[in-house]
Design a protein around this ligand. Sequence first.
Ligand SMILES: [Zn+2]
Length: 155
Amino acid sequence: MLSKERMNALIRIAMEEADAAVERGDDPYGGAIVDQEGNIFVRNGNRQNTEQNPAAHAEMVLIREAAKKLGSNDLSGYISVCNAESCPMCASALVIAGIKEFYFGAWFEDGFQPNIQMSVVKDACYDNIILEGGILANECSAGIKRGREKLSKNV
Ligand SMILES: [Zn+2]
């Protein structure tokens, strides 16, 4: 379990990655995979538009990078940090990768992606994971809204 100070710092890094995603024309989501001490292993953001890949959510990009960097499919012991709650695709992929700790900012709200919450995935399938949401939730939500507005003006 990471300290509150470190967790807040990591969520702010996730927000930076979300802002960077918006700058390149991708959706406002970002995150990191960190080790047990909270050191960044990889950090990145959504790349759906950049890669023309509907599955390139931030978490999927992060899993791919982390596994490659580690030279293994097994990311056991690593921790997922995101500016928003993971969707069911990402939550499942993270669990399959061996990750059991999840920290995120904003909860899904109306207008944010599929309204199927990660907690549903947890309750249905994986009751042995640590899940904490709502970290700096207002800042994260505001950042996502700002990013969406910026993207809509670029169209
Ligand atoms: Zn996702």
